[in-house]
Design a binder for this molecule. Structure first.
Ligand code: SIN
Ligand code: FE2
Length: 216
């Protein structure tokens, strides 16, 4: 019999050379991922950081893993300690590592070993302006990005800021992986539309896995 409540099987949508959207890839494990986010944020709270230009980011952030991405008036930096708690960032939850590894394999990056996970929380109106992820020393490693909760419009461009942008709606459980030729492509998130999601309430979470330290 047709089960109207069955989980949709994940599927893949190519995005650019080296980049793919793994639709619904994380959906079946979203509950465990969200519990793990809450556990990390209970130790290293979500906070709105300040950019070197003095702008307070609309997205609230925290990290887990060996190092975490931070920004303040002095610049962008991967740090082994949380500047707020002055303690190490919480370790990467097992549910995060497992999901990230499986997504990287599915996208063609079986050797990806992330040591950092940035957790972004978008409230209605929060956005991330067009940027490149370029604070990592080893650009051979891809980026694995997991969307949870409310949908958001992801912009994905090219190597130049003014290259044409694709606009992709990212929904609960979608995973985007980009690396190789598209590792430095510009991307961003348009202002989050208000709504309610059964898994996260009035917000969207994004997990961004990176290899932030040089290995060898
Ligand atoms: C990021 O570029 O760090 C986050 C992208 C997203 O929220 O999907
Ligand atoms: Fe980014």
């Amino acid at each position: 019999m047709l089960d109207l409540f069955a989980e949709e099987e994940p599927w893949q949508e190519p995005l650019a050379p080296g980049a793919v959207v793994l639709r619904r890839f994380a959906r079946a494990r979203a509950g465990a991922l969200i519990s793990a986010i809450e556990a990390v944020a209970a130790v290293s709270p979500l906070r709105q950081m300040v950019t070197p230009g003095g702008y307070t980011m609309s997205v609230a952030m925290t990290n887990c893993g060996e190092v975490g991405w931070t920004t303040d008036r002095r610049g962008y930096l991967y740090s082994a300690t949380d500047p707020l708690t002055r303690a190490p960032w919480p370790p990467m939850p097992a549910a995060f590592s497992a999901l990230c590894h499986q997504a990287a394999v599915a996208a063609g990056y079986p050797d990806f070993q992330p040591d950092a996970c940035l957790i972004n929380r978008y409230a209605p109106g929060a956005k991330l302006s067009l940027h490149q992820d370029k604070d990592e020393p080893d650009l051979r490693a891809p980026i694995v990005s997991v969307s949870l909760g409310l949908p958001a419009v992801f912009q994905f461009g090219g190597l130049k800021r003014n290259d044409p942008l694709q606009r992709i709606m990212l929904e609960h459980g979608d995973v985007v992986v980009w690396g190789g030729p598209s590792r430095l492509f510009y991307h961003g998130i348009l202002p989050l539309k208000a709504g309610q999601h059964p898994a996260t309430g009035d917000c969207r979470y994004n997990l961004t896995f990176r290899q932030a330290r040089k290995v060898e």
